[in-house]
Design a protein around this ligand. Structure first.
Ligand code: UTP
Length: 412
């Protein structure tokens, strides 16, 4: 019954090859494959394959910079006012943190969830433990236990993440305040428009990008949990920045005092070619223009003081008001495609490990949510205090640079 239904769906969408491996599967996997076919929205995924390969067009758009408040230039009164307000928010239990840890970490090449990576500090702390240390400091200082929500993905091994926390006794943080939730996934499609299979013969699905955080905090009950706890402000960040402050009083106070629904702590771009996305307004809406999209002219444009006009880099250090989070979760973000190397099972059941990219992965980006609000408050932080990520195995943004910056910042 279910098999026939699945077969019909595949015929309709020209994807019959998916069932070629069916005979080779055991009963459990047969069932899994059929359930996948019945669950997947083929109309949507094939539409994405057709439509997302075109680059974003800026020719006819109005592009303007968004000014940021420079934290280094705040007056003593402002500094005090924001810090006090932020501390009150923390102490009254209205702040939560979300860590997006569902990425593949392909550039780093670590075997396992990226948060479990030991960057070689004398303490051998993992990225997860480094992040948790920040929350423990807030707990020590203000008596505030910040609820911590961790986004994982199936492909990146949700189970391994949970196990790692358990084995490490949740790094001494009260475990009822750490919640894990899985992000969504979408099938991957090969060059020929055919969905590919994974090594076990099931449809190969990949995490749907960091923009998936909004839908998944909603669908998995994390947002509901925050509301129950009386949370008003939510920090959402990545897993790989060793200097991240998930509960920074002055930034929280800045956001709350200015009534921003969404705000971002930026870092000023180091040089015009730096591979970071920068904030701008595109047709009057906040937008992050990726380094792959920005024109040379725009990247190099300077103001009369000789500073880059488009220099406020988005580093995934964002704050959201809980109400806007719910609204964003109910909106559809645009999808982007990325052409990736993906191992797969061919029609004869052979596992292929390609040397070059061979399949499309579909993702939404967190920063596309900024266009849903009129204003994003920008607060310029400091690179040496706020941002040092582990992205690559060596060179820039690597364990070596993160180690150096972490040791310097913490005076070790
Ligand atoms: P990146 O885009 O830097 O990706 O993610 P990555 O997985 O760390 O590394 P590469 O590009 O594969 O080498 C920025 C943050 O967003 C999270 C990542 O875990 C990281 O914290 N992320 C990304 C997700 O949680 N889910 C995704 O689908 C993508």
């Amino acid at each position: 019954m279910k098999f026939d239904e699945a077969k019909q769906i595949l015929e309709k969408y020209n994807q019959e090859h998916i069932l070629k491996s069916y005979k080779r599967l055991n009963e459990e996997y047969k069932e899994k494959l059929i359930n996948q076919i019945l669950r997947i929205d083929f109309e949507q995924i094939l539409n994405l394959y057709e439509k997302t390969k075109v680059p974003v067009e800026f020719k006819n758009s109005k592009i303007e910079p968004i000014p940021a408040i420079d934290s280094a230039k705040l007056s003593d009164e402002e500094r005090e006012k924001y810090t006090k307000l932020g501390e009150e928010i923390l102490k009254s239990g209205k702040h939560a943190a979300v860590t997006m840890a569902g990425g593949q970490g392909t550039r780093l090449g670590h075997n396992g969830p990226k948060g479990t990576f030991d960057l070689g500090l004398p303490s051998h702390k993992s990225l997860f433990e480094i992040l948790c240390d920040g929350l423990k400091k807030t707990w020590d200082k203000y008596g505030a236990i910040i609820p911590w929500y961790i986004m994982t993905s199936r492909e990146n091994n949700d189970e391994a993440t949970r196990k790692f926390f358990e084995e490490n006794n949740y790094f001494g943080y009260p475990k009822e305040n750490i919640m894990f939730f899985k992000q969504g996934e979408l099938p991957m499609i090969g060059d020929d428009g055919k969905i590919i299979l994974d090594e076990s013969g099931l449809i190969k699905e990949a995490a749907d990008g960091h923009g998936g955080v909004f839908e998944s905090i909603y669908k998995n009950g994390a947002l509901e949990d925050m509301k129950k706890r009386g949370i008003e402000w939510v920090f959402i960040g990545g897993v790989d920045n060793v200097l991240v402050k998930m509960a920074d009083p002055i930034f929280i106070g800045f956001v709350a005092d200015n009534n921003y629904k969404v705000a971002s702590k930026t870092i000023v771009k180091g040089y015009p070619e730096e591979k970071v996305g920068v904030f701008c307004k595109k047709d009057d809406k906040p937008y992050v223009i990726e380094y792959t999209e920005i024109s040379e002219e725009m990247a190099n444009k300077k103001n009369t003081e000789g500073e880059l006009v488009y220099s406020e880099a988005h580093m995934l250090l964002n704050m959201f008001n809980i109400e806007i989070l719910e609204e964003i979760a109910n909106e559809k973000l645009p999808y982007h495609s990325a052409y990736k190397k993906a191992s797969y099972m061919d029609d004869d059941g052979k596992i292929i490990n390609p040397e070059t990219p061979n399949a499309y992965k579909f993702e939404t980006f967190l920063f596309d949510a900024f266009g849903l609000v009129q204003d994003v408050g920008l607060y310029r932080g400091k690179r040496e205090e706020d941002f040092s990520p582990v992205k690559n195995a060596s060179g820039v943004d690597s364990p070596e640079t993160a180690r150096r910056d972490y040791i310097k910042y913490h005076n070790l």
